[in-house]
Write a protein that binds this ligand. Structure first.
Ligand SMILES: [Zn+2]
Length: 104
């Protein structure tokens, strides 16, 4: 998703494809029964500012059976400009930070 796509357009696209459809592309996130606001691409250091989002990524890999060591190694590779990239969202209702990510 190019950075210069207006959020309005992104919303139109993502509203046609709600849900989480896999690892290959960033997908829109939902919280408190509503679509979360997209804050932008994020790297590991950006996620560290939002521990709740970082925990979301970490928890997903633990569920996949990754070891703590492998998970941390992957998290440190997350980079805003060079993939794998995380995408930061924030719930408009409770303020929780959420993250989705892709693997390049
Ligand atoms: Zn919420």
């Amino acid at each position: 998703m190019p950075d210069d796509v207006p959020l309005q357009i992104v919303e139109e696209v993502t509203q046609r494809t709600p849900g989480f459809y896999g690892w290959q592309q960033p997908s829109w996130l939902y919280h408190c029964g509503d679509g979360a606001a997209f804050l932008g691409p994020a790297g590991y250091h950006d996620l560290q500012s939002h521990p709740d989002a970082l925990e979301m990524v970490r928890g997903s890999y633990h569920q996949l059976g990754w070891s703590g060591h492998d998970t941390e190694a992957f998290l440190r590779q997350l980079d805003r400009a060079n993939g794998p990239t995380a995408y930061l969202f924030q719930c408009l209702h409770c303020g929780a930070h959420l993250a989705s990510w892709d693997i390049d």
